[in-house]
Write a protein that binds this ligand. Structure first.
Ligand code: C2O
Length: 581
């Protein structure tokens, strides 16, 4: 007993001595880049550079990011994807959820400690912005972790996709009456570390810890390294028991880290391949190269091989992973609910995404600020606005979320503030989840992650414990679906938040500086939180009897009329040219 009492203060002394503060000063600015070698365009960088820096800290460190919005014409914010922000929910970053977006010329500071080791990333959480470049890896090193000492070096490989057009241009075409089927813009290329010529120089007989993240707007990628096996040890910040894989499937936003042991001979180099999952694309454009190739280089004087042809993708199934801590399935949920995914047209003719018939529309007041100022009404979902799709959990609820995918597409669902247990995932086209179906069996020590793929027409069961008071979004991480409303808002223990959280003045000043409300219900009403008049709502439904097909027909006649005008214009201009000649 005595020695323990003596040992404790020494331990805490050691840990405070080691933890440090890591500070970044980020000025968000436009710059130019041509990452696929085909097209130079304006991109959003940091401090005049792109790719943006990797945030690199150690477990236990405090991270301080001083953010300045140097964009003359756009809002911004930063989200640190995968960090729980337990105790610092106001540092999570999504605009209109935990803060106001920074307008041009505004600044604010993110400041929090990080106690989770692993592979993360950070990105703007203003609708549709990160595909324009503001996305980078965030690594939390763990020198005392369970796999420490099992590798010689750490390496980062970030997958992504790339568009030649800027997001606002693509978005105005995507969410419009001219695109009634909701076909998502297809990327122009795939990238690895934001380039198409990624070298990975290795020494023979060594083991590398390869940390990977897919920072894509849309495309999932199949990934493999020819002639080598990957030993997975982490997914989305959760250590797993070691699992061997020849090919890994990365949805947008997912991370894996794996151990890679190199060969003992240096006579050959090997292709590293990422291949976009073309099932996601409604139409594959002519000439699209879905692949990006890097090289594992043992000897730079030897040739760099082209990848060999693969006729079938057989990726590793993450459902089979086991968390290293062996955590059991959470039993007896105290809050169970389901969300059904659907796509449909609204009265403006555009194609939206829905959970249970609602498509997300941001509130007038950031949801967290509503939670903090609403007293006892904070437990009443209505005050957060109909179209934020709110769910309120009590502190320490065991939450069960059933997702039914009533859409023929694959969706990577992400939850802020938590990793969830993937208790069950059905095959393709299984239909609605049915708890009484005897073929449904739950994983007993389920894999945990923060982003998980649901199969087309399938369902899944997620569980987690509400041990993190805050306001957390649940959404599809395909940025197009963020923009078409596939987002729900989870308000967790708002009563606890009210006594523990204080919003720093510089965060409130971001709202004040733009005359945006920082208190009140979703409609900005500070007097009566139950009066939602004036709240932001989605467009009205289509008039009865009007179908998506009807819109297609309508659009075709409009397009035909346009073609007619174009033909006349063409003749007209030819006439002009002839006259000039
Ligand atoms: Cu990468 Cu809402 O998050």
């Amino acid at each position: 007993m005595k020695s323990l009492a003596v040992a404790l203060p020494i331990l805490s002394l050691v840990s405070t001595a080691l933890a440090k503060t890591v500070t970044y000063d980020f000025n968000v600015t436009y710059t130019e880049a041509n990452p696929d070698g085909q097209f130079s365009r304006r991109v959003i960088g940091i401090n005049g550079k792109w790719p943006i820096p990797t945030i690199d800290v150690e477990k236990g460190d405090r991270l301080v990011v001083n953010l300045f919005n140097g964009l003359p014409d756009a809002d911004t914010s930063l989200h640190f994807h995968g960090l729980f922000q337990n105790g610092t929910a106001h540092m999570d970053g999504p605009a209109k959820v935990t803060q106001c977006a920074l307008g041009p010329g505004q600044r604010m500071t993110y400041n929090f400690t990080i106690n989770q080791p692993g592979t993360y990333w950070y990105h703007s959480h203003v609708k549709g912005q990160y595909p324009d470049g503001i996305r980078g890896p965030l690594i939390v090193r763990d020198p005392k972790g369970p796999y420490a000492g099992k590798y010689d070096e750490e390496v980062i490989i970030a997958l992504s996709d790339w568009y030649h057009d800027e997001n606002p241009v693509l978005f105005s075409k995507f969410l419009s009456v001219g695109n009634p089927t909701g076909a998502e813009p297809v990327p122009n290329s795939a990238l690895m570390n934001e380039t198409q010529e990624m070298p990975f120089n290795v020494l023979p007989g060594k083991t590398y810890l390869v940390r990977m993240v897919n920072m894509a707007a849309f495309a999932a990628q199949y990934f493999w390294i020819e002639g080598h096996t990957m030993r997975i040890i982490e997914v989305d910040g959760e250590y797993t028991e070691e699992a061997e894989a020849d090919m890994i499937y990365f949805t947008a936003a997912q991370r894996y880290s794996f151990l890679l042991t190199t060969r003992n001979d240096t006579s050959e180099n090997f292709a590293i391949v990422g291949s976009m999952d073309q099932d996601l694309f409604d139409v594959v454009p002519d000439g699209l190269n879905p692949n990006v190739t890097g090289h594992l280089i043992y000897d730079a004087s030897k040739p760099l091989p082209e990848p060999s042809f693969v006729d079938e993708f057989e990726p590793f199934d993450d459902f089979g992973l086991t968390p290293l801590d062996g955590e059991d399935l959470w039993e007896d949920p105290t809050y169970s609910f389901s969300l059904e995914v659907m796509m449909d047209n609204l009265g403006d003719g555009a194609n939206y995404a829905f959970f249970n018939g609602f498509t997300y529309v941001a509130p007038k007041v950031p949801t967290l600020y509503t939670a903090l100022k609403s007293g006892n009404l904070s437990l009443t979902p209505e005050i957060y606005g109909r179209d934020t799709i709110p769910h309120v959990f009590k502190h320490h609820d065991v939450v069960e979320l059933i997702v039914n995918n009533n859409d023929p597409g694959k969706h990577p669902f992400h939850l802020h503030g938590h990793t969830f247990q993937l208790a069950y995932r059905s095959d393709v086209d299984a239909g609605l989840y049915d708890a009484s179906d005897s073929s449904v069996t739950f994983a007993q020590k389920p894999m945990r992650r923060d982003t998980v793929l649901i199969n087309p027409g399938g369902n899944m069961v997620l569980r987690f414990r509400a041990d993190n008071p805050g306001v957390w979004l649940f959404h599809c991480h395909i940025e197009w679906h963020i923009q078409s409303g596939l987002i729900a808002t989870f308000i967790e223990a708002p009563d606890v938040l009210q006594s523990t959280l204080k919003i720093p003045q510089d965060h409130l000043d971001v709202c004040n500086g733009q005359n945006l409300p920082a208190a009140g219900n979703a409609a900005g009403n500070t007097q009566d939180y139950l009066d939602l008049r004036g709240q932001n709502l989605s467009p009205a439904p289509l008039p009865a009897g009007f179908t998506a097909r009807g819109i297609v027909a309508l659009v075709f006649s409009v397009v035909a009329a346009f073609l007619g005008i174009a033909v006349i214009a063409l003749y007209g201009s030819q006439e002009l040219k002839q006259k000039a000649a």
